[in-house]
Design a protein around this ligand. Structure first.
Ligand SMILES: [Fe+2]
Ligand SMILES: [Fe+2]
Length: 320
């Protein structure tokens, strides 16, 4: 007897727990083909995103924070701000349309459940950035023009390769392109953006952070699923190796073009506001006031390649 209480003069005893009456929470409730499905179910998603990262936010940011007036007053900053958000939207649009297709292609229940949460995440990312542009006076038609304007030839080639995977019904290829390459290698870019906008618009930084937290979860799922597929099949291993090579080539030329163009613009805009932005450390230990544009480009491209190698190591392709 592990507890005793007295009520109306009678002794009431709580029964000893019987093993057969315990909830067996360790038992899987979905088919999962051998990858770790439990940490990626809807319950885990609720606990990590709506109940934690997104708690007390509105469209992904803390409503108590406000943007610096410079965002409205300096035409160059204002222009870069909008082009930047439009660039995010190009990737989020590819994500929401591609991942929603994969929900119906998923080979096991646990993957399907996870991809349903990812679809909502990607739709939310798309929504918050559309909302932010609308907040700054950009109507939907103008937003779509901005998106076309920032879509470079290199970007289109890379996105076309990603789209092709899901359109051809190649589930593994699509997951590699979306959740390993596109999202995994964008980490350094997110980190750059979060820091760059931290003083001019902490709301945008918070929004990017909230999306970043989701992308980390998406990459975790992609790595767990693909590593398991690669372990099970040399054929999959070879296909994934070839696809990551192709994706990395296109993605690197896309980032090189974007980074060369944008870091120059970012630097030019920041130079007028160094009193506000000079102390920001985009790269640890390197204050923005002290780092040249060229060094920033080099550092960012180096980090993108480092991330690429880490992603491949996580899925078991160290000899790529
Ligand atoms: Fe996203
Ligand atoms: Fe994502």
């Amino acid at each position: 007897m592990n507890s005793v209480s007295q009520a109306n003069g009678a002794l009431l005893a709580a029964p000893d727990p019987q093993p057969e009456h315990e909830l067996q929470r360790e038992n899987p409730c979905f088919t999962n083909n051998g990858w770790d499905g439990k940490t990626y179910d809807i319950q885990a998603w609720l606990e990590r995103a709506p109940w934690r990262t997104l708690r007390n936010t509105e469209y992904g940011y803390d409503p108590a924070q406000t943007a610096n007036p410079v965002l409205w007053e300096d035409p160059l900053i204002n222009e870069i701000y909008k082009l930047d958000i439009a660039t995010f939207l190009t990737a989020e649009e590819v994500s929401v349309s591609g991942i929603s297709k994969l929900v119906s292609q998923a080979p096991d229940e646990a993957s399907r459940i996870f991809l349903a949460t990812q679809t909502l995440d990607e739709a939310r990312h798309y929504e918050i950035f559309c909302r932010r542009l609308a907040d700054f006076g950009v109507a939907p038609a103008e937003r779509n023009e901005l998106i076309s304007r920032v879509t470079t030839r290199e970007m289109k080639e890379f996105y076309d390769l990603i789209r092709e995977q899901a359109n051809n019904g190649d589930y593994v290829g699509a997951l590699v392109a979306h959740n390993i390459v596109l999202e995994g290698m964008a980490y350094p870019v997110y980190r750059y953006e979060i820091k760059y906008w931290s003083k001019l618009d902490p709301c945008l930084s918070r929004m990017i952070q909230s999306a970043f937290a989701d992308e980390v979860r998406h990459v975790g799922f992609g790595e767990a699923f693909i590593a398991n597929e690669i372990r099970r099949s040399p054929d999959v291993r070879n296909r994934v190796r070839a696809l990551t090579h192709d994706c990395n080539r296109l993605m690197t030329s896309m980032f090189e073009a974007v980074i060369h163009k944008y870091i120059g613009l970012y630097q030019e805009a920041a130079n007028a506001h160094m009193d506000l932005m000079g102390d920001i450390q985009i790269f640890p230990g390197m204050k923005m006031a002290d780092v040249s544009e060229e060094d920033q480009v080099r550092q960012l491209l180096f980090e993108i390649q480092t991330e690429y190698k880490q992603r491949l190591a996580h899925i078991g392709l160290t000899d790529n």
